[in-house]
Design a binder for this molecule. Sequence first.
Ligand SMILES: Cc1cc2nc3c(=O)[nH]c(=O)nc-3n(C[C@H](O)[C@H](O)[C@H](O)COP(=O)(O)OP(=O)(O)OC[C@H]3O[C@@H](n4cnc5c(N)ncnc54)[C@H](O)[C@@H]3O)c2cc1C
Length: 379
Amino acid sequence: MDFELTQEQEAMKRMVKQFTRLEIAPYAAEWDEKGEFSRATFNYMSELGLAGMSIPEEYGGTELDNLTIALVLEEIAQGCAATATYLAVHNMVAGVIHKFGTVEQKLKWLPVMGSGKKLGAFCLTEPNAGSDAAGIQTTARAEGDYYVINGSKIYITSGGEAEVYVVVVKTGGKKKSAAISTFIVEKGTPGFTFGKTERKMGLNASPNRELVFQDCRIPKENILGSPGQGFKIAMTALESGRINIGSIAVGLAQAALDTAVQYAKERRQFGRPIAGFQGIQFMMADMATDIEAARGLVQRAAFLLDRRKYARTMVAMAKKFATDAAMRITTDAVQIMGGCGYIKEYPVERYMRAAKVLQILEGTNQIQRLIIAKDLLGW
Ligand SMILES: Cc1cc2nc3c(=O)[nH]c(=O)nc-3n(C[C@H](O)[C@H](O)[C@H](O)COP(=O)(O)OP(=O)(O)OC[C@H]3O[C@@H](n4cnc5c(N)ncnc54)[C@H](O)[C@@H]3O)c2cc1C
């Protein structure tokens, strides 16, 4: 077993750390406050190859393995978890197009996604189907050379801003999950419109919007994979997606710990820095240990997925553990900083608000526990 990163991975980490320090961290609080999605920042990240991390070089990407993508997202999340989230979703969408798309689809979509000209969104959740993903009600009906889509999706990351939507719908069939197919839908397609933009607790630099499909006709060649393969495609996407969310959680937790440690060394009470109190030291020691444990699990899950080994349970463990740890650690960072932790002048309250949604996104942590338990029980 080798726990060392390669020279390329170290170099990538350094480059992204520097970029995050200069181009993301200084603006993150303002983006969050204004609910601003910065397309300029996405374009900048695209120039660095970060929009093409799951796209092979032959299609204009920088193709990185899941482990290196995890390192990149951890660094970006230290500056802004919302930016890391939409970048992760974009790369996940490009990844499934690469994995399941036809040569024509790859030629059409991957170069423009890798260059950042087109941003991707992944569309599964509906008003009546969240955790029960196979219960979606949006339909696609075959009609000549077209499919006609009707229904709606909610909470979609980059909804309205993205140009390429991978949409999971029902096409009919006997078994619930086998009746599902996946389509690529372009922004601007007649019958495809956007509903309300959600106002959220946190992660405000990453927009979430409702999508509405009303007799939306899309050419048959826009089906991703084969009819009935949609559930498998969605679950495949979520496997790498959950590693990404785990990495974002690790980055967020690290940023919270770093801020709290710095503050504890400077803040004086009872005639000494609060870092001198064992009660504070124990909290920081637990936070640091949890971060290392989370990082280890996330990287091991990525390692297994990269070797195409069975990784579903490990991915669920990594996502659950890292995001639960991030929630505890960001909350403790606020506690260590006292009143300063709670006010917006310092970043830890933003970290804490962002951490909460990571326990919900891409399969809640209850769903991750179900996956782990199923494996344990052999069901
Ligand atoms: C900021 C944000 C961004 C998002 N981005 C996207 C996106 O880009 N694309 C997309 O498709 N979706 C997206 N989502 C949706 C997200 O994936 C869902 O919110 C999530 O899967 C949970 O679904 P739900 O909200 O319907 O909750 P529900 O499924 O209604 O669950 C409610 C509660 O019940 C629990 N629960 C449900 N079933 C079980 C069970 N069997 N056992 C135990 N507990 C259970 C859940 O864990 C949860 O605590 C986003 C959501 C948010 C908030």
